[in-house]
Ligand binder design. Structure first.
Ligand code: PDD
Length: 297
């Protein structure tokens, strides 16, 4: 059971509180406008996976919203570690979010600025279920990508993602793969999308405002480089994905799951493919896990 959250806002200078009683103002702009950004990191063996890459993206998201971090990065690192420690989570996902804070409801930024809100919590994952999914693979359903045009920002404006994931689940699929107006797959509702060609080249959409720069995406690219697996960063259609030798998805919570069916069409004979499984194992092996100790400043 994970029970302790961290909250810092205008009413609370920063403290660990029982998770079921942790709360923010009803006027918080994250709640009213999704005027907020977030990060999700894997927790493995009690440590944070690829922490520096997550912190770099956190800063990029803050900058995109003209927000300042509510605490110095070094202090935030301590809070993230302490939240994991207090909850005794060995394997799970750590979530943290920053909003522009609570103010009288007005779309424009509060002037003068108000104290930003920071919330942190950690949730254990059932690694048996996750690893079974990684072995068996998952089904995806394609749906139109009707999100806004700045999908590169890790903002909490996730309503289209939520609706797409729900539609996928109701259709018996694990994930939705979103398709742009030209017929090319952008990414999943909460994952990046990949295929493997007949010749063993891995293909994923290039970074742009169309997709989130996934941390696990960057790790998979590093793994492919180390394994000398050829990579093409280019767009691909639904038809190409259905006919691919293999397909997979990546995210910090999944790391990498084989995709064995798209809209009911079996991919790679309906089984996890060898390139996918090699990449998954190597991606996990090269991920940096930060321990409880901070390096000296
Ligand atoms: N989702 N694309 C989207 C739209 C995402 O929301 C995510 C992450 C990814 C993968 O990014 P990363 O490898 O950094 O996890 C791609 C997280 C896990 C979530 O919202 O829960």
């Amino acid at each position: 059971m994970s029970r302790i959250a961290f909250v810092k806002d205008a009413r609370n200078p920063g403290s660990y509180v029982p998770r079921d009683r942790a709360g923010v103002s009803i006027e918080d702009r994250g709640f009213l406008f999704s005027d907020s950004i977030y990060e999700v990191c894997e927790v493995r063996d009690g440590g944070l996976v690829d922490e520096q890459r997550h912190l770099d993206r956190y800063v990029a998201s803050l900058n995109a919203l003209s927000l300042a971090s509510p605490m110095p990065i070094r202090s935030l690192q301590l809070v993230l570690r302490e939240t994991i420690r207090r909850n005794h989570v060995r394997n799970g996902v750590l979530y943290f979010q920053v909003t522009r804070g609570a103010a009288r409801r007005d779309h424009a930024f509060p002037d003068p600025p108000v104290q930003a809100t920071l919330t942190v919590f950690v949730t254990p994952v059932n690694t048996t279920v996750r690893d079974a999914r990684a072995a068996a693979g998952v089904e995806v359903k394609t749906l139109p990508d009707d999100r806004w045009t700045r999908r590169d920002i890790k903002s909490t404006s996730l309503l289209p993602n939520v609706l797409a994931k729900q539609a996928a689940r109701e259709a018996g699929a694990y994930e939705a793969w979103l398709v742009d107006k030209a017929g090319f797959i952008t990414e999943g509702s909460s994952t990046n999308a990949w295929i493997v060609t007949d010749t063993g080249t891995i293909v994923t959409r290039p970074l742009s405002e169309d997709i989130l720069p996934g941390i696990s995406r960057s790790i998979v690219l590093d793994a492919a480089a180390s394994l000398q697996i050829p990579v093409e960063e280019r767009v691909f259609t639904v038809a190409e994905a259905k006919a691919a030798a293999e397909a997979f998805l990546s995210s910090s919570s999944a790391v990498l799951f084989p995709v064995v069916g798209i809209d009911g069409v079996a991919v790679g004979g309906g089984e996890a493919g060898p390139v996918t499984l090699r990449l998954r194992a190597f991606s996990r092996a090269i991920s940096q896990v930060s321990g409880a100790q901070l390096p000296s400043i």
